[in-house]
Design a binder for this molecule. Structure first.
Ligand code: FES
Length: 113
């Protein structure tokens, strides 16, 4: 029996100098996009920057990204056998890869620098 795989195209880098990179990941029915992103970090590229906390409860709201062009929680968005494209949230400054600056401006510390 051969293992099923699918492809994730993931934004890497900053907003101006980034590009999509493709990763082949194992596919099982019911896997979330976050499962695949965590697999990439553990098995293919530990430098991938992602943000998450509760993993699958849709409770922490930190894992949001653009999944196939729609804003989704990556922990509840389902991986598909046809592949998925994941990009950082729009209208937010990209820190790196899928991590964006989500802190409201009024909550940022002014260090006077
Ligand atoms: S990881 Fe907490 S809502 Fe997705």
């Amino acid at each position: 029996m051969t293992a099923r795989v699918t492809t994730l195209s993931v934004w890497r880098g900053g907003a101006e100098d980034g590009r999509f990179e493709r990763y082949e990941v194992p596919f099982e029915e019911g896997m979330s996009v976050l499962d695949a992103l965590r697999w990439i970090r553990a098995h293919a590229d530990s430098s991938l920057a992602i943000r998450y906390s509760c993993i699958n409860a849709n409770a922490c709201h930190t894992c949001m990204a653009l999944v196939d062009g729609r804003v989704e929680y990556t922990c509840t968005a389902r991986l598909t056998p046809a592949g998925v494209t994941v990009a950082p949230l729009p209208k937010r400054p990209v820190i790196r890869d899928l991590v964006t600056d989500t802190m409201p401006v009024e909550e940022k510390l002014d260090c006077g620098a």
